[in-house]
Design a binder for this molecule. Sequence first.
Ligand SMILES: *Cc1c(COP(=O)(O)O)cnc(C)c1O
Length: 362
Amino acid sequence: MADGIQPQPGIMNISLYQGGASHLDGISNVIKLSSNENPLGPSPAAKEAFAQAGAALNLYPSTDHMALRTAIGDVWGVDPARVICGAGSGEILKLLGEGFAGSGDEIIFTEHGFSMYPIYAHSCGATPVVVPERDRVVDIDAILNVCNEKTKLVYLANPANPTGTMVSNAELARLAEGISPQTLLILDGAYAEFVEGYDGGKALVEARENVVMTRTFSKIYGLGGLRIGWGYGPQAIIDVLYRLRGPFNLSSAALAGAEAAMRDTDYTEMCRIENAKWRDWLATSLAELGVPSDTSTANFILARLANAAEAQACDDHLKSHGIIVRQVGGYNLPHCLRISVGDENACRQVVAAIASFKSATK
Ligand SMILES: *Cc1c(COP(=O)(O)O)cnc(C)c1O
């Protein structure tokens, strides 16, 4: 950059996001278990709606997203007026930072929290504050302890990524009650739909003025490639986000695909049941091989190896078998591997490969 031209404060502190790898040199049929994608793909109705939208790509998309917001309202029992849709829930999470925090403010997230949170904090110029967890579970008291008059946002994923653990609604309510008056609690529900009966924080959003929840089409809905997600919160908060949001942030094809996916609740339920079945089988099978994990409520498990060296060796072994999982050293979990729940074949293959790794290193 020329002398004198400087990016905004904080931006040069951002380290580029490391996505899950998707290919291995020399192997054509890799099993990708590194990005928590739905192995069953999107609902057939979503694929059909997406394809049909291709006939009218000369037209600008809806700017108020009302058809999708109405579908979300019908399915989740939320008020469409207080729903905002974004290019992934990531856009909503970022807008919350831009709208409510800046230079001199603090944004809290936890030790093993999602690696986009520090990026959102730096991108709005705020100072990230990292709070310890307790044995890979979010520690509400630790968050309350560091909250002060500079704290503007708390980002919290529930279920959490990459740990897969959850905190109860009662604990979330205690957090929302205990944070400072100028602090917003952001409940990132990227994996909420995998938890039977969990509202993603909806009741808490409706009971309070300081809680926002975000959801995504990238995980259970199998639409990571579309880039679409949504947020729900108090009207005054959502109105701020609408001022910042680009008028045509979502394509017509994405809106159509997401709406059809949202309305196909039978398909979503089938995905939830399949995921739970294979997740629990995967966790139990790995535990029998001496590789434990915390009880996961999401579509991945966090497998714990003896130490960082064993995690690296296990990852190398899996790669040599054409299986890509996620190293999570960047999440302060160097002895762990995050393994997405694939289909039956993928689950069986990953267990067989870890079994051969374990017997070779005995
Ligand atoms: C995958 C994920 C998201 C979703 O991001 P999108 O932008 O909606 O694709 C959000 N939060 C967490 C914790 C995630 O793991």
